[in-house]
Ligand binder design. Structure first.
Ligand SMILES: [Fe+2]
Length: 121
């Protein structure tokens, strides 16, 4: 996002970025893409103008591509990002499996959702 209040915004630093500096900068770039996706999608959801909705959703999807590019760049620059992301993926998959198991245990006949009455039986 623009940083118009900073008079030095956009100027190259006096030294080259270290690898750590670069990774941190790319993480901010990734965050900016996620923010843009949120903003454009929220704006599209908030209007009935069909053309504006179409353009905003299209741009939001382009930002998702940019987010993928930054994510991949971070993976290549760090060398271990995949491991951390995979750990997070597995944790969510485990929680989803746990919930799916809990739903199966409490489901009523023919997969119906349980009610207060069915749980008393
Ligand atoms: Fe972008």
């Amino acid at each position: 996002m623009p940083d118009f209040s900073n008079p030095f915004s956009g100027q190259a630093p006096e030294r080259k970025l270290t690898l750590a500096d670069l990774v941190r900068a790319i993480r901010l770039d990734l965050a900016a893409e996620e923010e843009a996706i949120h903003q454009y999608t929220a704006q599209a959801d908030a209007t009935d103008n069909a053309l504006a909705r179409k353009v905003l959703f299209d741009i939001a999807n382009e930002e998702r591509v940019h987010a993928g590019e930054f994510s991949r760049l971070i993976q290549l620059l760090t060398g271990d990002e995949d491991k951390w992301l995979l750990d997070g993926t597995k944790e969510v998959d485990d929680m989803a499996a746990e919930l799916a198991g809990a739903e199966t245990k409490t489901d009523g006949p023919a997969g119906e959702s349980p009610t207060v009455g069915s749980l008393k039986k």
